[in-house]
Ligand binder design. Structure first.
Ligand code: CDP
Length: 615
């Protein structure tokens, strides 16, 4: 699963002596909180000892003492993230106010792993064990010893403190020639204990993978012995629909179908729902977790015996020619399919039901997925590299090189936003400030420009709203759903207020005063354009169906039906993001005057002309 991030390359202050075979020490102060969660100490400890990494505890501690870098390779769920930080803490690596950091690829993984480890250690989350994700810091600077964080947060910390000093040993022996750690990395393979998984394929391709998944769950419940079911769908919309359909079927079929407990799993899930996912299944019940590919490698669910694999996931795609980054539903790779199947064999032999044919798996599925670096718009990444002092982007030693077109596109945009200068260096102060604001660079630029238009107050609120996934949920007129919708809205709104407070502190630090334009929407729109001018579009004159074309690359785009401007179709618009399903849909759209574009970005709209080949 996760990448384990190790403390710096210094030699630890104490040499580890551990005679007790893999001894695990629980802090006695925490007995009450651990037992109140429903798990006794013994049961939690037994669970820890059953994990594959447990046998390697001493070896891991030995290697980290002697090597600057230790790589632990092990299957998802073998205990790398939850156990190794605890082993290090127990061996004194967090003494003297130092921190043990463990990065996770996703925010939800950070939160759930941190909460699990706090429970295992027997402490309140946010004290000895805490986490930091963007806009949410659940750590205590005085007492936190183990900190889970996203890769992005670690990179931000590196910008402020390139040597990551708080993750280092206090009494570093760097500079001493006798006992310096070996610079060669050590690699340790942690053997897994996966059980066999029987794989089933459909005989004919299915026309509707969502319905097929729902039917397969019902069939498993009818025919197969107890064991939880994990279904891989693509995104929140699909998942909500499947949850609804399954719940309707349960109400309709009644009897032993009431034993099914249907749970959605996607990022942005409220805390209470996260807890349900990891809670042990009660006797006589069968949990059905309907998930995005987050449960493929980032999270491990105990008790899963059946996997339903639709063969699709939502993937980020970036086309440097059209300069469009979007999330699209795309077929998964063989590597993903194998990983998904493996999720069924964690507690005993399991079964995986693939909703595609064996022939398709063997002959058409790609062996590996494309690295994210080659599917992404590079604007945020290049700002981060620049802020870390890495200036030679084209000569950078990428683990998976992006295309030169993508690099050039990103440099062009950054230059036109005034974030990079002619020598491709971060500008002062805008470039450095944008690098410091934890937002999409276009939104950061909008925020920094707001003062010029006298509307920093309004833009601060807009930027905060754009930072949460969505404060809106669809309401289908049912009372219960409506109440839930309101609750979710309230939660998201509270989050927006919190983010606004954090951004306000940053703006104060940059010396940007808070000023309201008193509902002068033209000023607000101009400030938005200062960040998003590159996303300008023009309504096709003879278009009957509201087709727009992007000014830069003449791509066909449409206003999203959920927008208040849907069917209003102003002649010129700027959007903030695109979502691609059957078409490219613009979300968060404002109407503009074309002259504002040349005012905001005279270089940009002077030197770029539409490419006739794309018309
Ligand atoms: O990092 P790696 O994928 O090797 O495994 P891990 O995240 O440390 O998970 C080890 C075990 O902890 C798994 O068996 C998980 O089921 C369990 N775990 C849990 O019960 N609740 C969590 N929130 C996270 C992990």
């Amino acid at each position: 699963m996760s990448r384990f991030w190790k403390p710096g390359s210094e030699k630890p202050s104490t040499l580890l002596v551990d005679d007790e075979e893999g001894g695990v020490v629980f802090l006695s102060s925490s007995a009450s909180s651990a037992s109140s969660s429903g798990f006794g100490y013994a049961s939690l400890e037994r669970q820890r000892q059953r994990l594959p990494v447990y046998k390697y505890r001493k070896a891991i501690l030995y290697l980290v003492e002697r090597h600057a870098t230790t790589i632990v390779v092990g299957e998802t769920g073998s205990g790398k993230s939850t156990q190794i930080p605890q082993y290090l803490k127990e061996a004194g690596w967090a003494d003297g106010g130092r921190l043990i950091g463990c990065t996770q690829p996703r925010r939800l993984a950070v939160q759930t792993v941190a909460s699990r480890v706090a429970e295992e250690v027997g402490v309140k989350l946010g004290e000895e064990v805490g986490y930091t994700i963007r806009f949410e810091d659940q750590t205590n600077p005085v007492v936190t010893m183990i900190k889970f964080l996203t890769d992005g947060v670690l990179i931000r910390e590196m910008m402020e403190d390139p040597l990551l000093t708080k993750y280092r040993r206090k009494n570093s022996l760097l500079g001493s020639s006798d006992d310096m750690p070996n610079p060669e990395p050590a690699i340790l393979s942690v053997e897994g204990k996966g059980y066999t998984v029987e794989v089933h394929y459909v005989e004919e391709p299915v026309s509707d993978y969502l319905l097929a998944a729902v039917n397969t769950v019902l069939l498993i419940h009818e025919k197969e012995p107890p064991g939880d079911i994990l279904v891989f769908l693509t995104g929140q919309d699909d998942i909500d629909t499947a949850v609804k359909l399954l719940n309707e079927e349960i109400q309709h079929r009644r009897k032993h179908y009431f034993d099914l407990l249907i749970l959605p799993l996607y990022s942005g899930l409220p805390r209470a729902d996260q807890d349900l996912i990891f809670a042990p299944t009660s006797k006589g019940k069968r949990k059905v977790v309907i998930s995005t590919n987050i449960a493929e490698t980032s999270l491990t669910l105990e008790g899963v015996v059946y996997v339903v694999d639709t063969g699709f996931s939502k993937q980020k795609c970036y086309n440097p020619i059209s300069d469009i980054e979007s999330l699209v539903v795309a077929p998964i790779s063989k590597a993903s399919a194998r990983q998904r199947a493996g999720r069924a064999g964690r507690v005993r032999p399991g079964k995986c039901f693939r909703l595609y044919t064996e022939e398709y798996y063997l002959n058409e599925m790609q062996p590996e997925g494309v690295p994210e670096m080659q599917r992404s718009n590079l604007v945020p990444c290049i700002i981060q590299l620049k802020a870390l002092g890495i200036d030679n982007i084209l000569g950078f030693d990428w683990p998976a090189s992006p295309s030169p077109e993508a690099v050039i596109r990103a440099l062009e945009i950054l230059y036109s936003l005034g974030i990079l200068d002619e020598d491709a260096k971060l500008t002062v102060p805008i470039g450095f400030q944008v690098a410091e604001i934890p937002l999409d660079p276009m939104i950061s630029k909008m925020l920094l420009s707001a003062n010029d238009f006298g509307c920093s107050d309004e833009i601060l609120t807009i930027a905060s709203f754009l930072s949460v996934q969505s404060v809106w949920v669809s309401v289908r007129g049912v009372k219960k759903e409506f109440d839930e919708a309101k609750l979710r809205f309230a939660a998201a709104e509270k989050k927006v207020v919190d983010i606004r407070g954090q951004l306000l502190r940053l703006m104060k630090r940059f010396g940007i005063p808070l000023k309201s334009c008193d509902r002068d929407m033209q000023s607000v729109r101009k400030a938005i354009i200062a960040g998003s001018f590159a996303n300008a579009c023009h309504l096709e004159e003879y278009s009957q169906n509201g087709m727009y074309k992007t000014i830069r690359t003449s791509q066909e785009v449409y206003i999203h039906p959920s927008s208040v401007l849907f069917r209003v179709n102003p002649k010129w618009v700027v959007y903030q993001s695109l979502i691609s399903t059957d078409k490219h849909y613009m979300r968060n759209v404002i109407a503009i005057e074309p002259s504002w574009l040349t005012e905001a970005a005279p270089h940009f709209y002077q030197y770029r002309t539409p490419n006739p080949a794309l018309n």
